[in-house]
Design a protein around this ligand. Structure first.
Ligand SMILES: *[C@@H]1O[C@H](CO)[C@@H](O)[C@H](O)[C@H]1NC(C)=O
Length: 185
């Protein structure tokens, strides 16, 4: 209904303006009018495109850490943290609003060592990465998850019986990263 009345109005005004002789004024008035309606509409439907409103974070490890099993990897240096969902002192992302989120993580194993880590959604282990080689190597994961408000997402270390700790390798090149952002609510 709203759209139809807007279109009718634009059409009528267009006809009215086109009837006059001032071509420059005509087109700029029509342009302003159309823009005004478009803006009003998009403000309603595209609220989340406002970059201050979209929960989005990216954090990196700037140094090597060693963790026992099921310990949260605290990606210590935050690059992006819109809506402050990610807490670098706990390593946990808490969803500021409900919605579908994309998460990804890359971790690097120490020279010649095995590294296993998993993405956790609250108390559920969702997906894992495993990397082993005679040199440094990265493992990665990427998941799309439907979260409720205050759901928690974290990357945790996992140790199989062979090892006593996991080394998450990183240095000032920031090889290990953790990111997430809202796709839709
Ligand atoms: C790693 O992160 C730090 C911030 O802690 C930044 O200053 C530096 O440029 C990053 N290094 C690389 C290679 O991107």
């Amino acid at each position: 209904m709203y759209i139809i009345s807007v279109l009718t109005l634009v059409f009528l005004c267009g006809r009215m303006i086109m009837g006059s002789c001032d071509v420059k004024l005509e087109s700029s008035l029509l342009k302003d009018l159309v823009e005004m309606f478009l803006k009003k509409d998009s403000a309603k439907t595209c609220e989340l495109l406002n970059k201050k409103k979209i929960p989005a974070f990216s954090a990196v490890l700037t140094k090597q850490i060693s963790l026992s099993t099921n310990k949260v990897v605290k990606f210590n240096k935050v690059f992006t943290n819109i809506q402050n969902g990610y807490n670098p002192t706990t390593g946990i992302f808490t969803a500021p609003i409900a919605g579908v989120y994309q998460f990804s993580s890359v971790v690097m194993s120490q020279n010649g060592k095995t590294l296993i880590a998993s993405l956790w959604h609250n108390t559920i282990k969702i997906a894992s990465m495993y990397t082993t080689s005679s040199t440094f190597q990265t493992g990665s994961l990427s998941m799309v998850l439907d979260l409720k408000k205050r759901d928690q997402i974290a990357v945790k270390s996992y140790i199989n019986s062979q090892y006593s700790s996991n080394i998450f390798y990183s240095d000032s090149n920031n090889y290990s990263t953790f990111s997430g952002y809202l796709i839709a609510k």
